[in-house]
Write a protein that binds this ligand. Structure first.
Ligand code: SAH
Length: 252
């Protein structure tokens, strides 16, 4: 079934309204019309099955016949990927794949050994990355469009540690603690009083190609970040985040 994202204000109690690009796509490209059934997502985790009415000039409306939580979401986890800025167009692949793997938000950051920096037009970059997140969310049938936030510095990232239940740094020079052991520790010690129906907020920090400077790793630890090893092999920056995301999915 064809599925479309709409803004929450396009959804009323019993009907939805679609205009703009999606209207053209539905009526001109897919040639859907009266009594055809589509699926619509409000981008906030709710999906609707909708039976279309006859299209108007610029808008098509439809009747909501059922509503259900988007199947592409895992409501128990909310993972933000803090990604050290990689070279070239790698960030695009990282965004696409992490959206497929269920990421909640992606925040690029610059650090000492980052080769690439966003010097000019950061908003243009974000706009492009957000578009990639939208396409990937559509393709993978997510219930939200993960936000791509403006680049930060590692310092800024560390200021936000308190907002997460668990903040992990994948650190190539960590020899002792594996991700598996860190998650087991967290489960043992995590606050039992945490509201059961609230998502677990996890931040994952991945270094750029050049990795982390020991001082940066020390600053992360001092801020309450848990440094973990992903094993003996050194993974490329675009691989490391995906490994953590899939392991977190396996865990919850
Ligand atoms: N240049 C570094 C490697 C950087 S890899 C070196 O040669 O040592 C890029 C990023 O991926 C790292 O900063 C880290 O966040 C993550 N990463 C890659 N392999 C990892 C591993 N085995 N354990 C933990 N993190 C890893």
């Amino acid at each position: 079934m064809h599925r479309f994202f709409v803004e929450p204000n396009q959804v009323s109690e019993a009907s939805i309204f679609i205009s703009g690009e999606d209207f053209k796509h539905i009526t001109k490209v897919l040639r859907l019309g009266k009594d055809d059934v589509i699926e619509v997502c409000d981008g906030q985790g709710a999906d609707y099955q909708v039976t279309l009415n006859s299209p108007g000039e610029q808008t098509v409306s439809g009747r909501i016949t059922s509503q259900y939580p988007s199947r592409g979401e895992t409501p128990e986890l909310e993972i933000t990927l803090f990604q050290g800025l990689p070279k070239g167009t790698k960030m695009e692949v990282i965004i696409q794949k992490s959206v497929e793997l269920g990421v909640y938000a992606v925040v690029p950051f610059s650090s000492q050994r980052a080769i690439s920096q966003i010097k000019d037009k950061p908003n243009k970059k974000i706009e492009r990355w957000q578009r990639i997140a939208y396409e990937a969310a559509k393709q993978s049938k997510r219930g939200i469009i993960p936000a791509i936030r403006l680049p930060q510095t590692l310092k800024d990232v560390l200021k936000a540690v308190d907002r997460y239940d668990l903040m992990i740094l994948a650190y190539e020079d960590e020899n002792l603690l594996t991700l598996k052991a860190a998650l087991a520790d967290f489960e043992k010690n995590c606050d039992q009083k945490r509201e059961a129906n609230k998502p677990l907020k996890i931040g994952v920090i991945i270094g750029p190609e050049g990795g982390f400077d020991p001082q940066e790793a020390a600053a992360c630890k001092a801020a309450g970040v848990i440094t973990v090893s992903l094993g003996q092999r050194i993974l490329r920056t675009e691989t490391a985040g995906m490994v953590v995301l899939s392991q977190l999915n396996f865990w919850k």
